[in-house]
Design a protein around this ligand. Structure first.
Ligand SMILES: CC(C)(COP(=O)(O)OP(=O)(O)OC[C@H]1O[C@@H](n2cnc3c(N)ncnc32)[C@H](O)[C@@H]1OP(=O)(O)O)[C@@H](O)C(=O)NCCC(=O)NCCS
Length: 362
């Protein structure tokens, strides 16, 4: 290692990519590096907001990358105004350099940029603690809700004592039958109001903006973002569906079956007007029916909205005991402090932040 001080540098793809990919291959292995290389290329070449430099900081030791932190630019609707934000993601330090404060150095550097950083629901515990140590505020934890689709293996993985295992199997099997029956009946009543799509149509952007602005604060979605993020993800096949009433789109949902090493399907995004119970029921019913036809053991969804939680619970989803973390920086002057602990203004989903962008199916 170099005796020179390590420097935090704004990542320039044309200068730093070879050293950065050597770092990723060393720390995460060649296979993982290849999956990441494709996602990172999609960020530099197609991601909306990619002009908001830099998309990453790297810590350099001579010409070697010793650590890195990425940023995803996005826009939020905050009380009807479109505001630029960034998500920190992908904090990684070479094992040769761990325990020397490099992670803190690069997260401190991010915090000092002064942007609004709302995210972090996919952070590992060390990453979460490092963000807090660097001055990110701890927002109220988020809850994921899960529906067991293939009950026997779902319960087996829980390591319950035999008596409890039997009770859980009987209870969850009954819930699954009720849930699927209800989903089929809901879709029959909806009468073709929900349909699968291959990609998002820019003609619906104004509708997504209107629905997004019905929340105090949420990610701004449009076709450019949703197609980059989901329809054209380099490693995963997301399934997309849109709901309509009287010829107007009233919501969409994005989900995917299990990725490698997982048994669960996830709803990564959905958007309906705040309080539109009927559309959310249609969209979730569509996903429950489709996911039930796959080999997925369970289906998970995250919501911060109390009314949406009631819909999710009524369809047989149970809250997960472990909570997702959530950290926010640069909020001062942008949102009221009370919003750090109050879920009500927020519409947050599993795909926010870097969501499951790094997952892959092969
Ligand atoms: C997590 C990681 C980035 C930490 O990097 P690092 O440079 O060793 O961290 P630092 O030396 O800056 O340590 C910062 C603080 O985090 C703590 N910390 C670091 N790694 C930790 C770990 N694995 N478990 C618990 N605490 C940890 C340190 O003790 C230190 O706290 P202190 O100042 O109170 O002593 C690094 O271990 C890593 O790359 N891990 C694998 C990837 C990962 O989990 N990234 C997060 C993805 S969201």
């Amino acid at each position: 290692m170099n005796a020179q001080p390590l420097t935090v540098v704004a990542y320039r793809r044309e200068l730093h990519e070879p050293a950065y990919l050597r770092f990723i291959a060393k720390v995460l292995g060649a296979g993982e590096c290849e999956h990441r290389r494709r996602v990172i290329a999609s960020m530099h070449e197609r991601m909306p907001g990619r002009e908001r430099f830099p998309l990453r900081h790297v810590i350099l030791d001579g010409d070697r990358v010793a650590g890195s932190l990425g940023y995803m630019p996005a826009d939020f609707w905050i009380e009807g105004k479109r505001v630029a934000v960034r998500f920190t993601h992908d904090l990684l330090v070479d094992p040769d350099y761990r325990g020397q404060g490099l992670a803190k150095l690069v997260v401190d550097n991010a915090r000092a940029q002064g942007d609004f950083f709302p995210g972090g629901m996919w952070m590992t515990d060390p990453c979460y603690k490092i963000h807090l140590a660097c001055g990110f505020a701890d927002a109220a934890p988020l809850t994921t809700y899960t529906l067991a689709l293939d009950v026997a293996p779902f319960v087996a993985q829980k390591n319950l004592p035999p008596g409890k295992r039997l009770v859980a199997r009987i209870g969850l099997a009954a819930t699954r039958i009720r849930s699927l029956g209800r989903a089929h009946r809901t879709l029959a009543r909806a009468g073709g109001a929900v349909g699968s799509i291959e990609g998002f149509d820019p003609a619906h952007d104004a509708a997504w903006a209107r629905l997004g602005a019905s929340y105090g604060i949420t990610l701004a979605r449009d076709a450019a973002y949703l197609n980059w993020r989901y329809a054209r993800h380099p490693n995963l096949s997301y399934r997309l569906a849109v709901a309509s009433k009287n010829g107007d789109v009233t919501g969409f949902i994005v989900w995917r079956p299990s990725a490698v090493g997982e048994k669960r399907a996830v709803v990564t995004d959905f958007l309906v007007a705040k309080g539109d119970v009927a559309t959310l029921e249609w969209l979730l019913s569509h996903v429950i029916v489709q996911a039930s036809a796959t080999a997925c053991r369970s289906l998970s969804v995250l919501t911060t909205q109390a009314w949406a939680t009631r819909v999710v619970r009524s369809l047989g989803f149970y809250p997960r005991a472990a909570r997702n973390t959530w950290v926010v920086a640069g909020w001062e002057g942008r949102i009221p402090e009370a919003w750090l602990t109050d879920h009500e203004p927020w519409h947050v989903v599993l795909g926010d932040s870097d969501g499951d962008i790094w997952s892959h199916a092969d």
